[in-house]
Design a protein around this ligand. Structure first.
Ligand code: 2NE
Length: 270
Protein backbone atom coordinates (compact mmCIF):
# COMPACT_ATOMS: atom_id res chain seq x y z
CA UNK A 1 0.00 0.00 0.00
CA UNK A 2 1.20 3.45 -0.88
CA UNK A 3 1.04 5.02 2.60
CA UNK A 4 1.88 8.73 2.47
CA UNK A 5 3.13 10.67 5.45
CA UNK A 6 0.66 13.22 6.86
CA UNK A 7 2.88 14.77 9.53
CA UNK A 8 6.20 14.21 11.27
CA UNK A 9 6.20 13.22 14.93
CA UNK A 10 8.74 11.80 17.39
CA UNK A 11 6.88 8.78 18.83
CA UNK A 12 4.33 7.94 16.15
CA UNK A 13 3.99 7.59 12.40
CA UNK A 14 0.94 9.22 10.81
CA UNK A 15 0.10 8.18 7.25
CA UNK A 16 -2.81 7.99 4.84
CA UNK A 17 -3.89 5.88 1.92
CA UNK A 18 -7.17 6.15 -0.02
CA UNK A 19 -9.13 7.76 2.82
CA UNK A 20 -7.61 5.56 5.54
CA UNK A 21 -5.44 7.25 8.19
CA UNK A 22 -2.95 5.04 10.00
CA UNK A 23 -1.48 5.98 13.38
CA UNK A 24 1.47 3.74 14.33
CA UNK A 25 3.04 3.86 17.77
CA UNK A 26 6.70 3.78 16.78
CA UNK A 27 8.59 2.79 19.92
CA UNK A 28 9.43 -0.88 19.20
CA UNK A 29 12.35 -0.85 21.67
CA UNK A 30 9.78 -0.68 24.52
CA UNK A 31 7.16 -2.81 22.72
CA UNK A 32 5.34 0.38 21.73
CA UNK A 33 4.69 1.52 25.28
CA UNK A 34 3.34 5.06 25.43
CA UNK A 35 4.68 8.04 27.35
CA UNK A 36 2.89 11.40 27.63
CA UNK A 37 4.49 12.64 24.39
CA UNK A 38 3.18 9.58 22.52
CA UNK A 39 -0.36 10.31 23.66
CA UNK A 40 0.01 14.03 22.91
CA UNK A 41 1.06 13.17 19.37
CA UNK A 42 -1.76 10.64 18.92
CA UNK A 43 -4.23 13.27 20.14
CA UNK A 44 -2.88 15.73 17.59
CA UNK A 45 -3.20 13.11 14.83
CA UNK A 46 -6.76 12.29 15.94
CA UNK A 47 -7.67 15.98 15.77
CA UNK A 48 -6.40 16.06 12.18
CA UNK A 49 -8.45 12.93 11.39
CA UNK A 50 -11.51 14.67 12.80
CA UNK A 51 -11.07 17.81 10.70
CA UNK A 52 -10.12 16.21 7.39
CA UNK A 53 -13.21 15.28 5.40
CA UNK A 54 -11.25 12.97 3.10
CA UNK A 55 -10.25 10.74 6.04
CA UNK A 56 -13.04 8.22 6.56
CA UNK A 57 -11.51 5.52 8.81
CA UNK A 58 -8.63 5.55 11.28
CA UNK A 59 -6.36 2.57 11.96
CA UNK A 60 -4.33 2.36 15.17
CA UNK A 61 -1.37 -0.02 15.30
CA UNK A 62 2.16 -0.56 16.59
CA UNK A 63 5.49 -0.72 14.76
CA UNK A 64 7.13 -4.09 14.10
CA UNK A 65 5.95 -7.64 14.67
CA UNK A 66 6.26 -7.89 18.45
CA UNK A 67 3.71 -5.54 19.94
CA UNK A 68 0.61 -3.48 19.27
CA UNK A 69 1.16 -1.59 22.52
CA UNK A 70 2.48 -2.64 25.94
CA UNK A 71 0.71 0.16 27.82
CA UNK A 72 2.27 2.93 29.86
CA UNK A 73 6.06 3.21 29.59
CA UNK A 74 7.28 1.94 32.96
CA UNK A 75 10.49 3.96 32.58
CA UNK A 76 8.38 7.14 32.49
CA UNK A 77 6.15 6.25 35.42
CA UNK A 78 6.69 8.58 38.36
CA UNK A 79 4.53 9.51 41.31
CA UNK A 80 1.13 10.70 40.21
CA UNK A 81 1.45 9.65 36.59
CA UNK A 82 3.74 9.28 33.61
CA UNK A 83 6.43 11.96 33.41
CA UNK A 84 8.04 13.49 30.31
CA UNK A 85 10.71 16.16 29.96
CA UNK A 86 8.48 18.83 31.54
CA UNK A 87 8.51 16.88 34.83
CA UNK A 88 4.71 16.96 35.20
CA UNK A 89 3.02 13.62 35.99
CA UNK A 90 0.15 12.91 33.58
CA UNK A 91 -2.34 10.22 32.61
CA UNK A 92 -3.16 11.78 29.25
CA UNK A 93 -3.95 8.42 27.65
CA UNK A 94 -7.42 9.04 29.11
CA UNK A 95 -7.79 12.00 26.73
CA UNK A 96 -6.95 9.62 23.90
CA UNK A 97 -9.65 7.22 25.10
CA UNK A 98 -12.14 10.05 24.82
CA UNK A 99 -10.82 11.12 21.41
CA UNK A 100 -11.26 7.59 20.02
CA UNK A 101 -14.83 7.31 21.31
CA UNK A 102 -15.74 10.83 20.28
CA UNK A 103 -14.30 10.71 16.75
CA UNK A 104 -17.32 10.53 14.41
CA UNK A 105 -15.51 7.97 12.25
CA UNK A 106 -14.63 4.33 12.91
CA UNK A 107 -11.29 3.59 14.60
CA UNK A 108 -9.89 0.11 13.97
CA UNK A 109 -7.20 -1.51 16.13
CA UNK A 110 -4.76 -3.45 13.95
CA UNK A 111 -3.29 -5.67 16.66
CA UNK A 112 0.09 -6.95 15.47
CA UNK A 113 1.48 -8.54 18.64
CA UNK A 114 1.29 -7.96 22.39
CA UNK A 115 -1.75 -5.96 23.43
CA UNK A 116 -1.03 -5.53 27.11
CA UNK A 117 -2.03 -3.23 29.98
CA UNK A 118 -3.02 0.23 28.81
CA UNK A 119 -2.24 -1.02 25.29
CA UNK A 120 -5.07 -3.51 25.52
CA UNK A 121 -7.33 -0.78 26.85
CA UNK A 122 -6.66 1.07 23.60
CA UNK A 123 -7.52 -2.10 21.67
CA UNK A 124 -10.75 -2.49 23.63
CA UNK A 125 -11.78 1.14 23.13
CA UNK A 126 -11.32 1.07 19.35
CA UNK A 127 -14.58 0.47 17.46
CA UNK A 128 -13.28 -2.68 15.79
CA UNK A 129 -10.24 -4.91 16.36
CA UNK A 130 -8.46 -7.15 13.91
CA UNK A 131 -5.59 -9.19 15.29
CA UNK A 132 -2.75 -11.26 13.89
CA UNK A 133 -2.51 -14.84 15.08
CA UNK A 134 0.65 -14.03 17.11
CA UNK A 135 -1.16 -11.39 19.20
CA UNK A 136 -1.48 -11.84 22.95
CA UNK A 137 -3.84 -9.92 25.16
CA UNK A 138 -4.05 -9.07 28.84
CA UNK A 139 -4.26 -6.53 31.62
CA UNK A 140 -1.37 -6.17 34.05
CA UNK A 141 -2.42 -3.26 36.26
CA UNK A 142 -2.93 -5.10 39.58
CA UNK A 143 0.47 -6.80 39.00
CA UNK A 144 2.47 -3.64 38.22
CA UNK A 145 0.77 -1.01 40.37
CA UNK A 146 -1.91 0.41 38.11
CA UNK A 147 -5.50 -0.01 36.98
CA UNK A 148 -8.05 1.42 34.57
CA UNK A 149 -11.47 1.38 36.17
CA UNK A 150 -12.86 3.56 33.34
CA UNK A 151 -13.52 2.33 29.81
CA UNK A 152 -10.76 -0.24 30.31
CA UNK A 153 -13.06 -2.04 32.73
CA UNK A 154 -16.61 -0.94 31.96
CA UNK A 155 -16.41 -1.19 28.17
CA UNK A 156 -14.33 -4.36 28.42
CA UNK A 157 -17.19 -5.85 30.44
CA UNK A 158 -19.66 -4.79 27.75
CA UNK A 159 -17.52 -6.71 25.24
CA UNK A 160 -16.60 -9.87 27.15
CA UNK A 161 -19.13 -9.93 30.01
CA UNK A 162 -18.73 -9.10 33.68
CA UNK A 163 -17.27 -12.43 34.83
CA UNK A 164 -14.62 -12.51 32.12
CA UNK A 165 -13.70 -8.83 32.66
CA UNK A 166 -13.16 -9.51 36.37
CA UNK A 167 -11.04 -12.58 35.52
CA UNK A 168 -8.90 -10.56 33.09
CA UNK A 169 -8.25 -7.81 35.64
CA UNK A 170 -8.02 -9.86 38.85
CA UNK A 171 -5.68 -12.58 37.50
CA UNK A 172 -3.62 -10.56 34.98
CA UNK A 173 -3.15 -13.56 32.69
CA UNK A 174 -2.41 -13.47 28.99
CA UNK A 175 -4.82 -14.72 26.32
CA UNK A 176 -4.15 -15.90 22.78
CA UNK A 177 -5.70 -14.25 19.75
CA UNK A 178 -8.14 -17.16 19.41
CA UNK A 179 -9.20 -16.79 23.05
CA UNK A 180 -9.63 -13.05 22.55
CA UNK A 181 -11.82 -13.78 19.53
CA UNK A 182 -13.93 -16.30 21.44
CA UNK A 183 -14.56 -13.87 24.30
CA UNK A 184 -15.47 -10.95 22.01
CA UNK A 185 -12.36 -8.83 22.59
CA UNK A 186 -11.50 -8.76 18.87
CA UNK A 187 -13.55 -9.08 15.68
CA UNK A 188 -11.27 -11.26 13.61
CA UNK A 189 -7.92 -13.08 13.69
CA UNK A 190 -5.77 -13.51 10.58
CA UNK A 191 -2.21 -14.66 9.86
CA UNK A 192 0.35 -11.94 10.58
CA UNK A 193 1.25 -11.46 6.90
CA UNK A 194 -2.43 -10.91 6.03
CA UNK A 195 -3.16 -8.41 8.80
CA UNK A 196 -2.90 -5.17 6.87
CA UNK A 197 -4.74 -6.67 3.85
CA UNK A 198 -7.62 -7.64 6.10
CA UNK A 199 -7.75 -4.24 7.78
CA UNK A 200 -7.66 -2.37 4.47
CA UNK A 201 -10.42 -4.66 3.18
CA UNK A 202 -12.61 -3.82 6.21
CA UNK A 203 -11.84 -0.11 5.76
CA UNK A 204 -12.79 -0.22 2.07
CA UNK A 205 -16.09 -1.92 2.89
CA UNK A 206 -16.86 0.63 5.61
CA UNK A 207 -16.05 3.47 3.19
CA UNK A 208 -18.77 2.17 0.82
CA UNK A 209 -21.34 2.68 3.59
CA UNK A 210 -23.08 5.94 4.53
CA UNK A 211 -20.72 8.03 6.71
CA UNK A 212 -23.58 9.76 8.50
CA UNK A 213 -25.33 6.45 9.22
CA UNK A 214 -22.10 5.00 10.66
CA UNK A 215 -21.56 8.17 12.68
CA UNK A 216 -25.01 7.91 14.26
CA UNK A 217 -24.59 4.19 15.00
CA UNK A 218 -21.29 4.91 16.77
CA UNK A 219 -22.92 7.73 18.75
CA UNK A 220 -25.86 5.54 19.74
CA UNK A 221 -23.71 2.60 20.80
CA UNK A 222 -21.46 4.97 22.79
CA UNK A 223 -24.37 6.80 24.43
CA UNK A 224 -25.50 3.63 26.19
CA UNK A 225 -22.31 3.66 28.26
CA UNK A 226 -21.23 7.30 28.17
CA UNK A 227 -24.09 8.82 30.14
CA UNK A 228 -24.85 12.51 29.74
CA UNK A 229 -21.68 13.04 27.70
CA UNK A 230 -22.72 10.32 25.25
CA UNK A 231 -26.19 11.82 24.96
CA UNK A 232 -24.61 15.23 24.39
CA UNK A 233 -22.60 13.91 21.44
CA UNK A 234 -25.62 12.05 20.06
CA UNK A 235 -27.71 15.20 20.47
CA UNK A 236 -24.98 17.29 18.84
CA UNK A 237 -25.22 15.18 15.72
CA UNK A 238 -29.02 15.40 15.77
CA UNK A 239 -28.57 19.18 15.81
CA UNK A 240 -26.13 18.91 12.92
CA UNK A 241 -28.78 17.08 10.89
CA UNK A 242 -31.48 19.58 11.92
CA UNK A 243 -29.25 22.42 10.72
CA UNK A 244 -29.18 20.74 7.31
CA UNK A 245 -32.99 21.06 7.03
CA UNK A 246 -35.12 23.88 5.60
CA UNK A 247 -37.04 24.06 8.88
CA UNK A 248 -33.91 25.23 10.74
CA UNK A 249 -33.02 27.62 7.91
CA UNK A 250 -36.52 29.16 8.14
CA UNK A 251 -36.02 29.99 11.82
CA UNK A 252 -32.73 31.74 11.16
CA UNK A 253 -34.00 33.52 8.01
CA UNK A 254 -37.10 34.81 9.80
CA UNK A 255 -34.93 36.30 12.54
CA UNK A 256 -32.62 38.00 10.04
CA UNK A 257 -35.62 39.24 7.98
CA UNK A 258 -37.39 40.51 11.13
CA UNK A 259 -40.57 38.48 10.54
CA UNK A 260 -42.39 35.61 12.24
CA UNK A 261 -41.12 32.19 11.13
CA UNK A 262 -43.49 30.06 9.04
CA UNK A 263 -43.03 26.56 10.43
CA UNK A 264 -46.47 25.47 9.11
CA UNK A 265 -44.98 24.71 5.70
CA UNK A 266 -42.89 21.81 7.01
CA UNK A 267 -44.15 18.22 7.32
CA UNK A 268 -45.04 16.82 10.75
CA UNK A 269 -44.28 13.13 10.54
CA UNK A 270 -46.22 10.63 12.64
C1 2NE B 1 4.64 -7.06 26.76
C2 2NE B 1 5.38 -8.15 27.55
C3 2NE B 1 4.41 -9.23 28.02
C4 2NE B 1 6.41 -8.81 26.58
O1 2NE B 1 7.18 -9.74 27.29
P1 2NE B 1 8.56 -10.33 26.64
O2 2NE B 1 9.17 -11.22 27.67
O3 2NE B 1 8.27 -10.91 25.30
O4 2NE B 1 9.49 -9.04 26.36
P2 2NE B 1 10.26 -8.12 27.42
O5 2NE B 1 11.67 -8.52 27.48
O6 2NE B 1 9.54 -8.08 28.71
O7 2NE B 1 10.09 -6.68 26.73
C5 2NE B 1 10.88 -6.31 25.61
C6 2NE B 1 11.42 -4.94 25.86
O8 2NE B 1 10.35 -4.01 25.93
C7 2NE B 1 10.37 -3.33 27.17
C8 2NE B 1 11.08 -4.28 28.12
O9 2NE B 1 11.59 -3.58 29.22
C9 2NE B 1 12.16 -4.85 27.21
O10 2NE B 1 13.20 -3.92 27.05
P3 2NE B 1 14.74 -4.35 27.42
O11 2NE B 1 14.73 -4.78 28.85
O12 2NE B 1 15.07 -5.47 26.47
O13 2NE B 1 15.52 -3.08 27.16
N1 2NE B 1 9.00 -3.07 27.59
C10 2NE B 1 7.94 -3.85 27.42
N2 2NE B 1 6.84 -3.29 27.92
C11 2NE B 1 7.23 -2.11 28.45
C12 2NE B 1 6.54 -1.07 29.13
N3 2NE B 1 5.20 -1.09 29.32
N4 2NE B 1 7.25 0.02 29.52
C13 2NE B 1 8.57 0.07 29.30
N5 2NE B 1 9.29 -0.88 28.66
C14 2NE B 1 8.60 -1.96 28.25
C15 2NE B 1 6.15 -7.58 28.75
O14 2NE B 1 7.19 -6.76 28.29
C16 2NE B 1 5.31 -6.83 29.69
O15 2NE B 1 4.59 -7.39 30.50
N6 2NE B 1 5.41 -5.48 29.65
C17 2NE B 1 4.87 -4.60 30.64
C18 2NE B 1 3.38 -4.43 30.39
C19 2NE B 1 2.82 -3.50 31.44
O16 2NE B 1 2.77 -3.86 32.61
N7 2NE B 1 2.41 -2.29 31.04
C20 2NE B 1 1.95 -1.26 31.88
C21 2NE B 1 0.56 -1.59 32.44
S1 2NE B 1 -0.19 -0.27 33.32
C22 2NE B 1 -0.86 0.67 32.02
O17 2NE B 1 -0.48 0.50 30.91
C23 2NE B 1 -1.88 1.66 32.29
C24 2NE B 1 -2.97 1.41 33.09
O18 2NE B 1 -3.13 0.22 33.65
C25 2NE B 1 -3.92 2.42 33.36
C26 2NE B 1 -3.77 3.64 32.79
C27 2NE B 1 -2.70 3.89 31.95
C28 2NE B 1 -1.76 2.91 31.70
Amino acid sequence: YNWKKIKDYTDILFEEFEGIAKITINRPEVYNAFRPLTNKEMLDAMAICRERQDIRVVVLTGAGDKAFCSGGDQHAKGRGGYVDADGVPRLNVLELHHAIRSLPKPVIAMVNGYSIGGGNVLNVICDLSIASDNARFGQTGPKVGSFDAGFGSSYLARCVGQKKAREIWFLCRQYTAEEALDMGMVNKVVPFDKLEDEVVDWCRTIMMRSPLAIRMIKRGLNAELDGQRGLMEFAGDATLMYYLMDEAQEGKNAFLEKRDPDFEQFPKFP
